[in-house]
Design a protein around this ligand. Structure first.
Ligand code: NAD
Ligand code: WQD
Length: 338
């Protein structure tokens, strides 16, 4: 039973991945300072798996406290690094906050990885590294454009730091580039709990339907797409969790020859905002109160993934589509609002 250290384990994607790792037989510990979460997911993980995960409430920017976690756990075989701040808008308002949290945290974690000779490292990256690309679908070799935000910049720089830091070492690293994560665990005990007002499409839809918002706006109706709204690649959080487990197994099996590699995680299917709303209305039986509005500044018109590299190398194929995402997200919204 290999021990995996998960940073950001009480966050949205981290908590779902902990469940998947436990169910795959891994021993896990978490480091999360609750800057964008709380301890409740640990209770839910215990309800789902029967395992109480130990979380160290340590800020990754605190190098001394982080080292103590490694001193206490000398048998860590791999790291999955989710912990980061992720609000695009906040990062524009305060770039230095994002650089400090996401990059200093990563530097400290890289130092520990090398000092404690951890051989396997997985990094949460994002389709945001591609910027406003026109090449569709996006492959891992699609050239990166200028980052659209300081948040996006931390992902571009983070990947480059990992590549350089692990070059000519015994550590192998995978950066997983998620497209648009959404949905909840099928038990409806875990899901996305935005600390602040939700900005991403799926929670905006469910919050509108439950009545937390009076209505919502579709940002843009005259894009050059099949129905005039933007197109994205929505990926179920449990498909993402599965990809992390498969990536860990791939690294532990010494299947990766190079020190750093990247993988797209999307379902490869573009879904428009209107199609997403239609899927929600179909599975929930709710009529959504929305209006067609102006474009949102900075929005890419369309982006979706070619995930064939993850399929061929990691043996990963997404199982869920937009209706499964909406179904679980809606049930989760109802459960947490009751
Ligand atoms: P989240 O905010 O739910 O989880 C991140 C967790 O990290 C939180 O629990 C937070 O408390 C913790 N954290 C942040 N900074 C920390 C620090 N310095 N020390 C210790 N803990 C810290 O976010 P998420 O949606 O689960 O995202 C996980 C990762 O995936 C992030 O790196 C994010 O950038 C990346 N990502 C997310 C999306 C998305 O849309 N959710 C898309 C692409 C990439
Ligand atoms: C999706 C679509 C909106 C809200 C963001 C980050 C990206 C990555 C994933 C982390 C767009 C439309 C939304 C609303 C709408 N995160 N929309 N009305 O912008 O694709 O990506 O999350 O790495 O870096 O930028 O996601 O969910 O905000 O928007 O019409 O009220 O929904 O215009 O077309 P986005 P999103």
């Amino acid at each position: 039973m290999s021990k995996i250290l998960v940073t950001g384990g009480t966050g949205y994607i981290g908590s779902h991945t902990l469940v998947d790792l436990i169910e795959a037989g891994f021993e896990v510990i978490s480091v999360d300072n609750y800057i964008n979460s709380d301890a409740k997911p640990l209770e839910s993980i215990k309800e789902i798996t029967g395992i109480q995960v130990k979380n160290y409430a340590v800020d990754l920017c605190d190098a001394k406290a982080l080292k103590e976690v490694f001193e206490e756990n000398t048998d860590i075989e791999g790291i999955i690094h989710f912990a980061a701040l992720k609000s695009v808008g906040d990062s524009v308002a305060d770039p230095v906050l994002y650089f400090r949290n996401n990059l200093v945290g990563l530097i400290n974690l890289i130092e520990c990885t090398l000092k404690y000779k951890i051989k396997n490292f997985i990094f949460s990256s994002s389709c945001t590294v591609y910027g406003n690309t026109e090449e569709l679908p996006v492959t891992e070799s699609t050239p990166e454009q200028e980052a659209e935000s300081p948040y996006g910049r931390t992902k571009q720089i983070g990947e480059k730091m990992l590549k350089d830091a692990f070059n000519n070492t015994n550590t192998k690293c995978i950066a997983l580039r998620y497209f648009n994560p959404a949905g909840a665990h099928s038990s409806i005990k875990l899901g996305e709990s935005p600390v602040n007002k939700a900005l991403n499409l799926v929670p905006v839809i469910t919050e509108t339907a439950i009545g937390k918002r009076d209505g919502m706006t579709v940002f843009g109706k005259d894009y050059d797409t099949r129905d005039g709204s933007c197109i994205r690649d929505y990926i179920h959080v449990m498909d993402l969790a599965d990809a992390h487990t498969k990536a860990v197994k791939y690294l532990l099996g010494n299947d990766q020859l190079i020190n750093f590699d990247t993988y797209n995680l999307g379902i490869g299917n573009g879904v428009s905002v209107i199609e997403a709303i239609n899927a929600f209305e179909k599975v929930s039986g709710q009529k959504l109160n929305y209006e067609m509005g102006d474009r949102r500044e900075g929005d890419v018109i369309a982006i979706y993934a070619d995930y064939s590299k993850a399929k061929n190398n990691l043996g990963w194929t997404p199982k869920y589509g937009i209706e499964d995402i909406m179904d679980t997200a809606w049930k989760w919204e109802q459960a947490r609002s009751s």
